[in-house]
Design a protein around this ligand. Structure first.
Ligand code: GLN
Length: 280
């Protein structure tokens, strides 16, 4: 069988299992199975595929048809300007989160040197993208998950920013090290009882630790806001990703902790997603 027919077969299996973007997913999984990039696939679609590769392709298609996200099958995801390594312990980087990067870059166009803290670094996609964009910025990332820190470390090496990054395994409450010019965070903010109603790919495969915001969705945000207010320098900026319906509650929390709200920014779906504020 040639590559193209196998892809079409895979696409059909995915479609029968109600997977969106079936053709694209099938192509990406073929690239993974034969260890080539998508360009190779497109240019060599008439080549034959050997039995071993076909078997591993079909296994990947089977897993995808059960809902496992492509990023967890390929262990990579493109975000901002780079490809990141991901694992089932890290949340998959979302295009909406690129809003945090945009805001940080806007805020820091004239800054030469900056000390940044990220609370809940996950795969590292936010902090490392910023460190890649700004040569003299230094980053500290904390996470409660050791596996996430390991992935962040690998990504930092891959993106050649590891000399500017320190990582600590810590709970947000317990971390007391340093003072920062800028703090960023995309904490878990989904209401606990809503987790099971998220898309199947998310609900069944992504880490609850990165999504579960407690009964009201704000339990981690509260800790992050409080900790940021302690660790931020006066006049320092705080950029926080929030749920689409959390604007009012979170701005109140921020004001209580001495932050001035600069802007609330909308994501690609026109939902409130990212707050920029200043410690006064
Ligand atoms: N935006 C993510 C989602 O909808 C949630 C990320 C988070 O809780 N920080 O799946």
């Amino acid at each position: 069988m040639n590559i193209n027919s196998a892809i079409i077969q895979g696409e059909k299996v995915l479609k029968d299992n109600f997977i969106d973007n079936a053709h694209l997913d099938s192509e990406i999984l073929m690239a993974k199975a034969i260890d080539k990039d998508r360009k190779y696939i497109l240019l060599n679609s008439n080549r034959n595929i050997n039995t071993k590769d076909l078997n591993s392709f079909q296994k990947l298609i089977k897993k995808r048809s059960l809902g496992k996200p492509v990023a967890y099958l390929t262990n990579k995801k493109f975000f901002w300007n780079s490809e990141f390594i991901v694992s089932k312990e890290t949340l998959i980087p979302r295009p909406d989160t690129e809003l945090v990067i945009e805001q940080v870059l806007k805020l820091t166009t004239h800054k030469k040197k900056l000390n940044i803290l990220e609370i809940g670094i996950g795969s590292g996609c936010i902090l490392l993208s910023i460190l890649r964009e700004r040569k003299n910025f230094y980053g500290t990332g904390i996470d409660i998950s050791k596996s996430c820190l390991n992935i962040s470390k690998l990504n930092a090496i891959k993106l050649k920013v590891s000399s500017k990054l320190k990582l600590y395994k810590s709970n947000v409450d317990k971390f007391t090290l340093g003072k920062y010019d800028l703090i960023i965070s995309n904490p878990p903010y989904i209401k606990n009882y809503k987790l099971k109603y998220l898309e199947k790919d998310v609900a069944e495969f992504e880490p609850k630790l990165a999504l579960d915001g407690g009964i009201d969705g704000l339990s981690e945000i509260r800790k992050v806001v409080k900790k940021s207010s302690e660790l931020i320098k006066k006049s320092g900026k705080f950029v926080l990703e929030i749920g689409f319906d959390q604007k009012n509650k979170v701005t109140n929390l921020l004001k209580e902790e001495g932050f001035y709200i600069n802007s609330i920014n909308k994501d690609l779906a026109n939902k409130d997603r990212c707050i920029v504020c200043t410690k006064i």
